[in-house]
Ligand binder design. Structure first.
Ligand code: KIV
Ligand code: ZN
Length: 528
């Protein structure tokens, strides 16, 4: 942890906790591990890996990340109660550097309507929670949830008490995205003036984006003394999301002369990490999104293009390569060899291990047989899928469809289950995709309500690959699946089956075939 430089801002990434909490963004344990490794490569200082008491799956994921991801501090979230704190400790303890993050709401709204607790009870529970966490680990963060709605005097009282109880980081959340930059800076100034021992802890900020000011509010807090910023890749998170990591980091870097602050982020890894998180969560990045959007460095108007040709500084405050955007017009094809493929993958900012590289190269060869020219978008799509282990238990073994205009279409699927079952099922529908979805629903015994379905082309050209994205609702929860192929009926059916797999894997009692549950994980399963 960078404690020596007073101008170094700690980047605390909560993509896997607050980000994953947003509807439709849930990730499987192998996906979470893949994101955590990418975050470590990106250079984040702290990874909030999850909320271990939330479910057995969360506990296990946090434990796996604590065991397998080196570099950043691994943090687990906990409410202010013994059970949560002990579960968080059990999950993170094997990480060489670990942290427990305890939180308790302090605002009048939450005290009255959510917790039904008096101020004195909040104070007591916060102190006891921090004390317990501190008896287990040296690094304890405390968050007074809904701090921006909390009476300043009470906020200072709680913060003073938890510092005395052993908290080492004090995080000030704008839980509902209500504050403004100036107002939030005043909260930090107030705390610095009225809290005993505040200089002994790291002040942190955690902003939500309900009014579109999460990044601005976080920067304002940093200007007022915060030295940890909590954020997520692509700004994913509850409701309108959290402070976007790539935006806040590039604001600090681009305006370093103004803020006088720095981070340890390898900014050239921002774009590949953003693409990975977008692919895994199925949450598309808007074209005009700052830093990582498709258009962030595109210049369309004649005047701008003219200026760019004279000098890039006319219309660019950052270089695309600074954020890892290394797209070219280079085309690969079926005669391109393994070396050319690997070099291109690297230039695009992706590092694959030997097994994933081999798998991606096989897919590349298969695709090159169907498609004359492979663009950067094609390569990226192959690579982003190479590390995904599938979300289990069903796989499509074969799919047949037929459709004639004016008549119902039909589909037959043959599915294989990881327990060895093979199920063949036919159905008719309004078009071959609808028929395939119905056949899959019947074959797997899982009915869903289709919420949205889209197919988009990954690159240009008539033989472009189509990415299908399916969002459904099942038992009042949202699930999504995505898949890619030059055949859009196939990508649609695979995306739909991914949804069914996610639903079945998230059922209580469902467990990955290969997973060995530790005794501690079983305790979590039994008690959550
Ligand atoms: O938004 C919030 O208040 C949180 C806390 C748990 C830090 O996510
Ligand atoms: Zn939050």
């Amino acid at each position: 942890m960078p404690s020596h430089d007073p101008n170094r801002v700690i980047i605390f990434d909560t993509t896997l906790r607050d980000g994953e909490q947003s509807p439709g963004c849930s990730m499987s344990p192998p996906e979470k591990l893949r994101v955590a490794k990418a975050l470590a490569d990106l250079g984040v200082d702290v990874i909030e890996a999850g909320f271990p008491a939330a479910s057995r799956g969360d506990w296990e994921s946090v434990q796996t990340i604590a065991r397998e991801v080196s570099g950043p501090v691994i943090c687990g979230l906990a409410r202010c109660n013994r059970d949560d704190i002990e579960k968080a400790y059990g999950a993170i303890k094997e990480a060489p550097r670990h942290r427990i993050h305890v939180f308790l709401a302090t605002s009048a709204i939450h005290r009255e309507h959510k917790l039904n607790m008096a101020k004195s009870e909040i104070l007591k529970a916060a102190v006891e929670g921090v004390r317990l966490a501190r008896s287990l680990v040296a690094d304890v963060e405390f968050s007074p949830e809904d701090a921006s709605h909390t009476e300043l005097e009470f906020l200072a009282e709680v913060v003073s008490a938890v510092i005395a109880a052993g908290a080492t980081t004090i995080n000030v959340p704008d839980t509902v995205g209500y504050t403004t930059p100036q107002e939030f800076a005043e909260v930090f100034h107030y705390l610095k003036k009225h809290v005993a021992g505040i200089d002994q802890v790291v002040l942190s900020v955690h902003c939500h984006n309900d009014l579109g000011m999460a990044v601005a509010n976080s920067l304002s807090a940093a200007g007022a003394g915060a030295r940890q910023i909590e954020c997520t890749i692509n700004g994913i998170g509850e409701r309108a999301g959290n402070c976007s990591l790539e935006e806040v980091v590039m604001a600090l870097k681009t305006r370093e002369a103004y803020y006088g602050l720095s981070t340890g982020i390898q900014t050239t890894r921002l774009y590949p990490t953003s693409r990975l998180v977008s692919t895994i969560t199925g949450m598309p990045v808007p074209r005009n999104k700052a830093i990582v959007g498709e258009n962030a460095f595109a210049h369309e108007s004649g005047i701008h293009q003219h200026g760019m040709l004279k000098h890039h500084s006319t219309y660019e405050i950052m270089r695309p390569q600074d954020v890892g955007l290394a797209r070219t017009n280079l085309v690969l094809g079926k005669h391109s060899g393994r070396h050319a493929f690997r070099d291109r993958v690297r230039e695009l900012g992706y590092e694959l291990d030997e097994a994933d590289l081999n798998r991606a190269f096989d897919d590349f060869k298969a695709l090159a047989d169907k498609k004359k020219e492979l663009f950067d978008g094609d390569i990226e799509a192959l690579v982003l899928r190479a590390g995904g282990d599938g979300v289990g238990p069903w796989h499509i073994d074969a799919l047949w469809t037929s459709a004639t205009s004016g008549a119902a279409a039909s589909a037959v699927v043959r599915l294989k289950h990881s327990d060895g079952r093979v199920v063949e099922q036919g159905a008719t529908g309004d078009g071959p995709i609808d028929a395939a979805f119905k056949a899959i629903e019947t074959a797997t015994g899982t009915a869903v309500k289709l919420h949205s379905f889209e197919v988009r082309s990954v690159t240009e050209g008539e033989d472009a690959q189509g990415e299908a994205i399916v969002n459904v609702v099942h038992n009042e929860r949202s699930y999504r699946g995505a898949s890619i192929s030059t055949n859009i009926i196939e990508s649609s059916a695979r995306a739909f089956l991914e949804v069914i797999n996610r639903i079945q894997s998230s059922r209580p009692g469902a467990r990955p075939a290969h997973a060995q549950l530790s005794a501690e994980a079983q305790t979590v399963q039994a008690s959550v």
